[in-house]
Ligand binder design. Structure first.
Ligand SMILES: NC(=O)c1ccc[n+]([C@@H]2O[C@H](COP(=O)([O-])OP(=O)(O)OC[C@H]3O[C@@H](n4cnc5c(N)ncnc54)[C@H](O)[C@@H]3O)[C@@H](O)[C@H]2O)c1
Length: 336
């Protein structure tokens, strides 16, 4: 059995530690927040973020970074994306050569336009990196509801090793070499989920949602492929799969923030009300900058940026999207 150090004791870090414990591994979970660790050790439940999920005694919660990192077979990076660089920086000197670090966070860094494994690689160049992603709300994984994810890594053996650590009858893991495609799907879907939430907040229906999901995955795939990701990845669990769950579920903080914005709240008000890091807001600017860099047309991502950062009326964005230039649905399916 392996010793796994989990960085981040929020919803996802805690839910994954429950899976790892169930699979017989020793999970040591670190949080930077002393009061969170104290609460978890006393209550053995994350009442705010994972209510109803009992945390077995075998899971250790600590603020001691050394205890979490040193001697661990694998590290899981489970802090919200804006903290990935600072957390990677904190652990860099403790990480052994070729240490496997699995990034499970989703986002793109605004000023560098780096994906999260690119950030971790910059901070810890001697680590072996992998990514775990897919349609997987922590609230359901913690309760053992059947869920599927994908582990991506450059080396097949790394991906298969991580697949074996996590896989059980309620948590099915596939493998893939397309690390970039997996990470881009996970980060960009949060921006489209904001749009889906905005449409819900405006009172629109299932037709609008289906349009946003379908046209949204088109944008994600076009941009992702221009950057080097694979079409099949965007058509799979970490692309369309994660986009569907995020646009449909009330567990999604991005969708919830979007609903508030659609009902008239400002971005700041929505972020305060949701009380968690709304990663789509951070990734939205980066997504638009990437689209400009790779010259890809991303009308939904562009309108989300206008609502978030230029104060555009959400209702106007929908009519602007509807009345854009007339187009073919798919430029590769054209008449001779
Ligand atoms: N929640 C989910 O269902 C889910 C599923 C898949 C992926 N993810 C991804 O996992 C990542 C973590 O998500 P989450 O839902 O656990 O978030 P969360 O908001 O629940 O995590 C907050 C935790 O981050 C840690 N933290 C807070 N401030 C920090 C700081 N300054 N430095 C380092 N750590 C700090 C603390 O342990 C805190 O509890 C995100 O990128 C998210 O997109 C989440």
């Amino acid at each position: 059995m392996a010793k796994i150090g989990v960085l981040g004791a929020g919803s996802w870090g805690t839910a994954l530690s429950v899976v790892l414990n169930k699979n017989g591994h020793d999970a040591v979970v670190w949080s930077i927040l002393e009061e969170e660790v104290e609460m978890l050790n006393t209550e053995r439940e994350h009442k705010e973020k994972l209510p109803g999920v009992k945390l077995p005694d075998g899971i250790v919660f600590t603020t001691d970074l050394k205890k979490t990192v040193v001697g661990s077979d694998v590290l899981i990076m489970a802090v919200p994306s804006p903290y990935v660089r600072s957390t990677a920086h904190l652990i860099a000197s403790m990480v052994k050569d070729k240490q496997i670090i699995v990034n499970v966070a989703k986002g793109i860094e605004e000023n560098t336009l780096y994906t999260l494994t690119q950030i971790i690689h910059e901070e810890i160049p001697n680590a072996t990196l992998a990514v775990l992603s897919g349609p997987s709300h922590a609230e359901e994984v913690g309760r053992g509801i059947p869920t599927t994810c994908v582990v991506g890594a450059k080396e097949k053996q790394t991906a298969e090793y991580i697949q074996n650590l996590f896989m059980n009858e309620a948590f099915r893991i596939y493998t893939s070499p397309d690390v970039l495609g997996i990470e881009l799907g996970g980060a960009l879907k949060n921006v489209v989920a904001l749009a889906a939430g905005i449409a819900d907040g405006l009172g629109y229906g299932d037709n609008t949602k289906a349009a946003l999901i379908t046209r949204g995955i088109g944008e994600i795939a076009r941009l992702g492929m221009a950057m080097g990701g694979k079409l099949e990845t965007f058509c799979g669990l970490t692309g369309i799969g994660d986009l569907i769950v995020t646009c449909e579920s009330m567990h999604s903080r991005n969708r919830r923030a979007g609903i508030l914005i659609g009902k008239g709240a400002s971005m700041e008000e929505a972020m305060t009300e949701v009380k968690m890091v709304v990663e789509g807001v951070y990734s939205a600017k980066a997504a638009y900058a990437l689209a400009q860099k790779y010259q890809v047309d991303v009308p939904i991502i562009s309108e989300v940026n206008k609502v978030l950062f230029e104060g555009k009326d959400p209702a106007l964005t929908v009519s602007d999207l509807m009345l854009r230039d007339k187009k073919l649905e798919n430029s590769s399916a054209n008449w001779e």
